[in-house]
Design a protein around this ligand. Structure first.
Ligand code: NAP
Length: 245
């Protein structure tokens, strides 16, 4: 992968940040994407200094087509090519169905699903030119098992899995593989805010008896991004400690 370029959305912290660092360790130039410009630029600078790769920090809201267009324009301007896209940016706005507000539904679907659609649409244009690409979507175990309070989030992640398979079929002939990683319960800011009772219940459901780390998820993403993984497409790798088999 050395010398390639990876765009990782939502990569200033959490799973995205660890993934960006793992790419950088392998000599991959990284594009750090966050809604906050200073956070994106600071994170890109830190990674450049720590790992000695070229990096770019871009402010983009992945749910906005104009932002996503600019993101890819800036990436191509700096690196000429983009071989890897990780659609990682995601949010939760939990509520039981009866209380779920339209805005909560829209926010989650727009960022988690439409955001991945917009980024993938730009990515395939760039990747088709070099007849090579790796698109990796970060789904979730709840796409497969559901989760009370997450009607919006689980629908967005199930949509992402279906989208993964469709884009994999459409772009296989261009050398672009499209896969998903479905994390279980991973310790990040997203899960830190859950009540202790929910965390205890979750832990009981995990045969490996621990929550996952951002490193566990990044390892699977790196595997799918390798040139050697070119015969794997339209697949989901579950990283959940056995929570769902
Ligand atoms: P996180 O710590 O909350 O990080 C999410 C990142 O996405 C943040 O950097 C956030 O930026 C960014 N982001 C949010 N909205 C965005 C937007 N509109 N445009 C661009 N960036 C945006 O979350 P995480 O736990 O690492 O999760 C990463 C991915 O894994 C998500 O897709 C999540 O659904 C998925 N996942 C996580 C778990 C888990 O247990 N943690 C389990 C299954 C799946 P700000 O910092 O500016 O808000």
């Amino acid at each position: 992968m050395k010398g390639q370029t990876a765009i990782i959305t939502g990569s200033a912290r959490g799973i995205g940040r660890t993934t960006a660092e793992e790419f950088a360790k392998r000599g991959v130039n990284v594009v750090i994407v966050d809604i906050d410009e200073s956070i994106a630029k600071e994170s890109a600078e830190e990674i450049k200094e720590q790992f000695g790769v070229a990096s770019l920090g871009v402010k983009a809201d992945v749910s906005k087509p104009e932002d996503v267009k600019v993101l890819f324009e800036e990436a191509v301007k700096k690196f000429e090519k983009v071989e890897i896209l990780v659609n990682n940016a995601g949010i939760t706005r939990d509520n039981l169905l009866i209380r779920m507000k339209d805005e909560e539904w829209d926010a989650v679907l727009n960022i988690n699903l439409k955001g991945a659609f917009l980024c993938s649409r730009e990515a395939v244009k760039v990747m088709s030119k070099i007849k090579y690409g790796r698109i990796i979507n970060i789904a979730s175990v709840v796409a497969f098992i559901g989760n009370a309070g997450q009607v919006n989030y689980s629908a967005s992640k199930a949509g992402l899995v279906a989208m993964t398979k469709t884009i994999a079929k459409e772009y296989a002939s261009r050398g672009i593989t499209v896969n998903a990683v479905a994390p279980g319960f991973i310790q990040t800011a997203m899960t830190d805010k859950l009540p202790d009772k929910v965390k205890e219940e979750m832990l009981r459901m995990i045969p490996l008896s621990r929550f996952g780390t951002t490193q566990d998820v990044a390892n699977a993403i790196i595997f799918l991004a390798l040139p050697e993984s070119g015969y794997i497409t339209g697949q989901v790798i579950h990283v959940n400690g056995g929570m769902y088999m």
